[in-house]
Design a protein around this ligand. Structure first.
Ligand SMILES: C[S@@+](CC[C@H](N)C(=O)[O-])C[C@H]1O[C@@H](n2cnc3c(N)ncnc32)[C@H](O)[C@@H]1O
Length: 293
């Protein structure tokens, strides 16, 4: 049977970081994550989705943090008609939370700065007035274009670009940054094959550049979410502290999410850390940043 690949240096680093919780952390990240989905309100509503699942005798749970967020007791939701017809999007529970924290409304022009393949673009499209979705990678932008069509994301403009070349200003920004992908181990046994301490530092350097650039695209009074699926402080709290040192008008706001246990690291006030064993999710880090008026 295939097992998860862990580099020795990763184990050494997180044994030290997790201290007495290492055992629980390490056990959890070797267990496959639960299945979950998001209701695409561009094409359906929760009543129709629940009726369809009840008719099929499939068990599901509506997560307390949002009406459109569900867990499902079904081994392959990708085979469901609901998925094939784009009424639901398969999305990991923790990865739904950055958009909930950003809370876009139908008044907002939103930048999805690193958007492909577009799971969070679907969520943004459900709430926002207009979304510009950028990604630098030409292969991945094809998937985003495919998803725009499939999920009927009419208010989304897809642009292949390095976000550091975008010139507009925005009410809200989601920066779901390129990262070392540490958090993906519960989905992919080989997620850490390319992982090295050097990769983490390279990603952190890029994240700092992109974060500063995106913050400068925010209108005064606007808000942005910075998120990564890495557990590394270098890619989370350190990046946001860098922004705080460079931009005096940036503040990290406190986030509350119903039914989600949030932890903080003293390195950066209000920066949310999701430990996999707390909410049975992937590892995740994010925060809500305001730009003072
Ligand atoms: C974590 S993934 C985004 C996942 C996506 N937000 C979702 O939820 O489906 C990070 C993305 O950033 C893109 N990227 C990396 N550097 C970029 C840059 N300078 N400008 C725009 N996109 C970039 C990568 O191609 C990758 O698709």
């Amino acid at each position: 049977m295939k097992t998860t690949y862990f580099p020795d240096k990763f184990i050494e680093k997180y044994k030290y970081f997790c201290k007495n919780e290492w055992g629980e952390f390490f056990t959890t990240i070797q267990i496959k994550q639960p299945k979950s989905f998001w209701v695409n309100s561009n094409l359906t509503n929760k009543k129709e989705v629940e009726k369809n699942l009840n008719d099929l005798n499939i068990k599901f749970q509506n997560y307390p943090f949002h009406n459109f967020a569900y867990g499902i007791d079904y081994p392959n939701p990708g085979q469901l008609e609901l998925f094939k017809s784009a009424k639901i999007s398969i999305q990991e529970k923790a990865s739904m939370l950055p958009v909930i924290a950003l809370n876009p409304t139908n008044q907002d022009y939103v930048l999805d700065a690193c958007a492909s393949p577009g799971t969070k673009t679907i969520q943004l499209s459900n709430f926002s007035k207009k979304v510009k979705a950028t990604d630098v990678n030409s292969k991945r932008i094809e998937i985003l274009n495919y998803n725009k069509k499939k999920y009927n994301l009419k208010n989304v403009e897809v642009v292949r670009a390095d976000v550091r070349n975008v010139k507009d200003t925005f009410d809200k920004i989601l920066l779901d940054a390129p990262c070392s992908s540490e958090g993906l181990v519960r989905k992919d046994f080989d997620a850490l094959k390319e992982w090295t301490p050097k990769l983490v530092l390279e990603k952190a350097r890029l994240q700092k550049e992109i974060l500063i650039y995106c913050f400068d695209l925010l209108k005064y009074g606007g808000q942005m979410v910075y998120s990564t699926c890495s557990f590394a402080p270098e890619e989370n709290e350190d990046v946001v502290n860098f922004l705080m040192q460079k931009r005096e008008d940036a503040t990290v706001e406190k986030i509350n999410l119903d039914g989600i246990k949030i932890r903080y690291n003293p390195l950066c006030e209000n920066y949310v850390r999701l430990w996999p064993q707390d909410n049975n999710t992937q590892q995740f880090g994010f925060c809500l940043i305001s730009k003072k008026d």
